[in-house]
Write a protein that binds this ligand. Structure first.
Ligand SMILES: NC(=O)c1ccc[n+]([C@@H]2O[C@H](COP(=O)([O-])OP(=O)(O)OC[C@H]3O[C@@H](n4cnc5c(N)ncnc54)[C@H](OP(=O)(O)O)[C@@H]3O)[C@@H](O)[C@H]2O)c1
Length: 246
C-alpha cells in the first residue's frame, strides 16, 4: 500500500516508536489519528503534523478502543491502516511474576490489540480492504530468562496476527507483524514491574543484549510492513540474534 493520502490510526503514538512512526507516516502524506492515554502529549504531537488528530484512549478499555476507531472514521470517513503499537514490558522471572501485573500487561499487549482489530475490521471490509500491523518483539523469537512474562504476550500476539492474516486474506485486509529488538526509547523505564519498586530488567539489564536500534529505524520497518503488506518484518538486529539462538 502507498500510504500517501491514506488514513492511519497509530496507537502508542505519544512517544517512542509510535511517535517516530507518526512523524514518518506524516512525511509520506498520511492522514493520522494518534492514540495513547496522555491527551496533552498527543495534542502537542498532532499540532506539529500536517494532518493529525489526537484520540486519547486507554487500550485496556474496550469501549474506549471502539470509540477511538469510530472517531477516526467520523473525522476521515475511513481507516486504511491500523498500527497496534501501544505496549508495555514485564521483565521478571516466571516464579516471581505478579499476576495482577501480568494480567494488566496481557490486557494491553494482547486483548487491546484484538479489541482494536475487531473495531477496525468491519470498517476495512466495508471500504474494500486495509492493512493492520501489530508490533511484536524479537523476544518472541527467543528464550530469554527474566523476560518470559512480556515475551509470552508477544508470542500470543504473533499467533493472533498470523491467524487473522489467513482469516482475512480473501477480503484484502492484510495483517502483519514487525519485530523490533531493543529500541532507544523509554520502554525499559516503563516496565510494569518497575512500578512497585522492582529493579529486575531495568535499563541496565539491556546493555549488550543486542545492538540497539533507533525508534526511527523501527518506524522505517513499520512503513515497510505497510507498503509491502508482508506477514513479518524483522529488524536486522533481531534476525541475527534469533538465528544464533535457534
Ligand atoms: N523499545 C524496545 O526496546 C522494544 C523492543 C521490542 C518491541 N517493542 C514494542 O514496541 C512498542 C512500542 O514500544 P516503545 O519502545 O515505543 O515504548 P514506550 O516508549 O514505552 O511507549 C509506549 C507507548 O504506548 C502508550 N501506552 C502505554 N500504555 C497504554 C495504554 N494502556 N493505552 C494506550 N496507550 C498506552 C504510551 O503512551 P501513554 O503512556 O501516554 O499511554 C506510549 O505512547 C510496544 O508494543 C513494545 O512492546 C519495543
Amino acid at each position: 500500500m502507498d500510504i500517501s493520502g491514506k488514513v492511519a490510526l497509530i496507537t502508542g503514538a505519544s512517544e517512542g516508536i509510535g511517535l517516530a512512526t507518526a512523524r514518518l507516516f506524516a512525511e509520506q502524506g498520511a492522514r493520522l489519528a494518534l492514540a495513547a492515554r496522555s491527551a496533552e502529549r498527543l495534542e502537542r504531537v498532532a499540532a506539529d503534523l500536517p494532518e493529525a488528530m489526537a484520540v486519547p484512549t486507554d487500550m485496556r478499555d474496550e469501549a474506549a478502543v471502539r470509540r477511538m476507531v469510530a472517531r477516526t472514521r467520523e473525522r476521515y470517513g475511513r481507516v486504511d491502516v491500523l498500527i497496534n503499537n501501544a505496549g508495555q514490558g514485564l521483565h521478571v522471572p516466571i516464579e516471581q511474576v505478579d499476576l495482577a501485573q501480568y494480567r494488566a500487561v496481557f490486557e494491553l499487549n494482547v486483548v487491546g490489540v484484538i479489541a482494536a482489530m475487531q473495531a477496525v475490521i468491519p470498517v476495512m471490509r466495508e471500504q474494500g480492504g486495509g492493512v493492520i500491523v501489530n508490533i511484536s518483539s524479537g523476544t518472541s523469537k527467543m528464550v530469554i530468562p527474566g523476560v518470559g512474562p512480556y515475551a509470552s504476550t508477544k508470542y500470543a500476539l504473533n499467533a493472533i496476527t498470523l491467524t487473522a492474516r489467513q482469516e482475512l486474506a480473501g477480503e484484502h485486509i492484510r495483517v502483519g507483524l514487525v519485530y523490533p529488538g531493543i529500541a532507544g526509547t523509554a520502554f525499559h523505564e516503563h516496565l510494569a514491574n518497575l512500578a512497585d519498586g522492582g529493579t529486575w530488567g531495568g535499563p541496565r539489564s539491556r546493555a549488550g543484549a543486542m545492538p540497539p536500534d533507533t525508534a526511527e529505524s523501527v518506524a522505517a520497518k513499520i512503513l515497510e510492513a505497510v507498503q509491502t503488506e508482508a506477514a513479518e518484518v524483522y529488524l536486522e538486529s533481531v534476525k541475527a540474534v534469533a538465528q544464533r539462538s535457534s
